[in-house]
Design a binder for this molecule. Structure first.
Ligand code: FES
Ligand code: FE2
Length: 447
């Protein structure tokens, strides 16, 4: 008799399930109005299903085109459990190839990034070109006439699309377009890319990586925690309000009295909306920039490129839309961040500082230092976030009354003219938006 109580089971599917797959009804019971069950963060069978129904079906952020500027440049990434390569070919096209040899499955690339003329498998020496086509088979005479090398190229990820240089891919051959998936969140990419007067950004500074013992969904948009988890940092900003970051935080942005908002764009995409609050401090921020070599020219060039109103908005926001794009991308601070789920209680976060085109080296250097100061390995912010995520994961092991409260602001949220759901900065609008879409994907009920 089969051990599987639910489909698919190991005998019927290439996917090996270690536990019964939860039914849609069981999953739906874990997400209720204003609260969710902690099992969605801790359970192995839920995690397995997330890999299949979210990471192997949805649009997943792979990388930015500036990470592979030359022919032969590659970056090794993951789509859930699937290892993929983002490779630029000699034809300048960037492709997403599955990083698994068509012979017996070895990964072609083990380093995180590099440049190569070809992709040679280390196991038996098959060679693929940069498009993934199989070019050489060791001792080819060992294969009969039915073996067709032209059909044995590396598997291409079925769908690839980009938005303003950000490359996304989907392992599902058909489905909604990237534009439909991004929806209203698409415009927020402009707040990052157009913070360069030439509309160019470069992710060429490498990554700093954090691994924490907590679930991947904990890395959310949360405007309720900074005054506690980051209390010492926030106090430092207040004391040093002439600093770059300080000039953006002259008034407490994390209180209900602030102009800051939470915003849910649907599809699990959410942001902490600092626009109005930071625009209020525009003149002080511009005065700070004037002290940085190249700062005055930057302000001038931004006004020429975008006109006064938009330039002031872009300069105030400093390329930080504070957008979380479900499930694995965040545009926060001076960085692009990739969330990599490893296991229910293990997550990697990759953070890459964004360099602006068309600005002085000093402005970009300042951006690196700002990034390091909060998000770097010895920074004052990110390590505290990782610590609190681990505490949450440990606390969620409690099996008695295991409900997580995400109701804050439900009574006062409203729908904006662009269709997004809006709340105060401390409200749990992002958490509810994320869980709503999570439930749709996990129960196969997404449009
Ligand atoms: S597994 Fe790649 S050549 Fe054998
Ligand atoms: Fe934080």
């Amino acid at each position: 008799m089969s051990q599987c109580q639910n489909e698919p089971c190991a005998t019927e599917s290439p996917v090996v399930w270690h536990r019964p797959t939860p039914s849609n009804e069981a999953i739906a019971s874990l997400v209720q109005d204003g609260r969710v069950h902690s099992r969605i963060y801790t359970d192995q069978s839920i995690f397995d299903l997330e890999m299949e129904r979210i990471f192997h079906r949805s649009w997943i952020y792979i990388g930015h085109e500036s990470e592979v500027p030359r022919a032969g440049d590659f970056q090794a990434r993951r789509m859930g459990r699937t290892p993929v390569l983002m490779v630029r070919g000699r034809d300048a096209q960037v492709r997403e190839l599955i990083n698994s040899c068509r012979h017996r499955g070895a990964t072609l690339v083990e380093t995180e990034s590099g440049n190569t003329k070809m992709l040679r498998c280390w196991y038996h020496g098959w060679v693929y070109d940069l498009t993934g086509a199989l070019r050489e088979v060791t001792e080819p005479g060992g294969y009969g006439p039915d073996f067709k090398p032209e059909e044995m190229g590396l598997t291409q990820v079925p769908r690839v699309a980009s938005h303003r240089g950000f490359l996304f891919a989907s392992l599902q051959p058909e489905g909604e377009s990237l534009a439909e998936f991004l929806g209203g969140a698409a415009s927020q990419f402009d707040m990052l890319v157009d913070a360069s007067p030439t509309g160019e950004i470069f992710l060429d500074a490498g990554f700093n990586k954090t691994e924490y013992l907590g679930n991947w969904k904990l890395v959310g948009m949360d405007g309720y925690h900074p005054n506690f988890v980051h209390a010492s940092v926030v106090a430092g900003w207040a004391r040093n309000s002439e600093s770059g970051i300080g000039s953006m935080h002259r008034e407490d942005p994390f209180s209900d009295a602030a102009l800051t908002l939470t915003r849910d764009y649907g599809h699990g995409h959410a942001m902490l909306d600092f626009r109005a609050q930071r625009l209020k401090s525009y003149s002080k921020h511009a005065a700070f920039l004037a002290k940085v070599p190249g700062g005055e020219k930057y302000v001038e060039d931004m006004h020429k490129a975008y006109g006064k109103d938009r330039a002031e908005m872009l300069i105030s926001l400093s390329g930080d839309p504070h957008l979380g794009l479900f499930p694995n991308l965040q545009l926060i601070g001076n960085q692009v961040r990739i969330i990599v789920p490893i296991a229910p209680g293990v997550t990697q976060v990759l953070m890459s500082m964004v360099r602006f085109g068309g600005v002085s080296d000093e402005i970009n250097t300042m951006r690196v230092r700002q990034h390091e100061s909060f998000y770097g390995p010895a920074g004052s912010g990110s390590p505290d976030d990782a610590e609190i995520f681990e505490r949450v994961q440990r606390g969620m092991q409690a099996e008695f009354n295991p409900w997580i409260e995400i109701s804050r602001g439900m009574h006062r949220e409203y729908i904006d003219t662009d269709g997004s759901v809006v709340g105060r900065i401390t409200d749990e609008v992002p958490q509810r938006g994320q869980m709503k879409y999570w439930l749709q994907l996990m129960t196969n009920s997404a449009a």
